[in-house]
Design a protein around this ligand. Structure first.
Ligand code: GLN
Length: 292
């Protein structure tokens, strides 16, 4: 007699706890999500059929997905989706997996842009499009440009925009500001790579499977943040804002870099875990800079 759905889930939960060290509740949820994906069913189906035996094709598909997870592949890549700021986003190995920490950046950005303003927003290194799409969704009057140096990532971001029917984001292939149109923005946001290139965390957990170009940035993790800050004044409107996510221990360095460039009103915000995570600064200029 083959195992019931409930028994299959419970066995997978134990394996996930033992192999990956997951919390019991996370392991249970992951087992359920993998089973739903294997069966192409929703949560209601899972609950309704708990006591029943699974068909062989579902068991086989589930085993394949569970094995990938037990080998450490991130659950978001196996499921192909991750929720961010209430949006269901497609993700794959070409994009960073959106983190709850980054919702701090979205909250801060939304607080600066009124609901009715046709604000211009630039998201640098958009990846799956998470930040750009969350801002565009909540500020439908705004015009958002989302840039990434990875064509593969941009394809995912565009797919997400289409699936969510968000049409106020334009996507451009650009290594930071290099291909950004010569215009000035009310708001520039970025969650750039900021991990030190020799950081041990890069060889642990989900990070092993994520694009290194989206995670690591030079010996102190600040190479890309420096490039963004140094060029930001040229692309910010007078009184426009720059907002950067960074490592929990980088707030002082980011603040100093922003101040050296001439940005003002610099404030660091904490993420949900209480870590310094986002630093915000303003272009003080009253009169716009001109392009040569
Ligand atoms: N916050 C991510 C982590 O430390 C890194 C994301 C990034 O480099 N932008 O896992």
């Amino acid at each position: 007699m083959s195992a019931s759905l409930r028994e299959t889930c419970a066995a997978a939960q134990s394996q996930l706890i033992n192999s990956l060290g997951l919390e019991a509740s996370d392991a249970r949820l992951e087992a359920q999500l993998l089973l739903q994906t294997a069966a192409h069913k929703n949560r209601a189906w899972l609950i309704a059929h708990e006591g029943e035996a699974l068909t062989d094709p579902i068991v086989q598909a589930f085993e394949v997905l569970l094995t990938r997870r037990l080998q450490g592949e991130p659950i978001a890549y196996i499921l192909g989706v991750r929720e961010f700021y209430g949006l269901n986003l497609t993700v794959n190995q070409d994009t960073l997996i959106p983190r709850p920490d980054t919702e701090t950046l979205v909250d801060a950005a939304l607080a600066k842009i009124s609901n009715h303003a046709a604000a211009s927003i630039l998201d640098l290194g958009t990846g799956s499009g998470a930040i750009a799409l969350a801002l565009a969704k909540h500020r439908p009057q705004a015009n958002v440009i989302a840039a990434d140096a990875s064509l593969a990532a941009l394809k995912i971001a565009e797919k997400n925009a289409q699936a969510l029917a968000i049409d106020n984001v334009a996507f451009i292939l650009s290594d930071w500001f290099s291909q950004v149109p010569q215009q000035q923005f009310d708001l520039i946001v970025s969650n750039p790579p900021y991990i030190e290139k020799n950081d041990i965390h890069l060889s642990l957990g989900d990070l092993r499977f994520e694009p290194l170009s989206a995670l690591a940035s030079g010996h102190d993790g600040l190479d890309d943040i420096r490039r963004i800050i140094e060029n930001s004044l040229l692309y910010l409107k007078p009184q426009g804002w720059l907002m950067l996510e960074h490592g929990y221990n980088q707030a002082t360095q980011v603040t100093d870099l922003m101040a050296e460039t001439g940005l003002i009103d610099i404030v660091t915000l904490q993420d949900l875990g209480g870590n310094n995570r986002v630093t915000v600064a303003k272009n003080p200029l009253i009169v716009s800079k001109h392009w040569d």
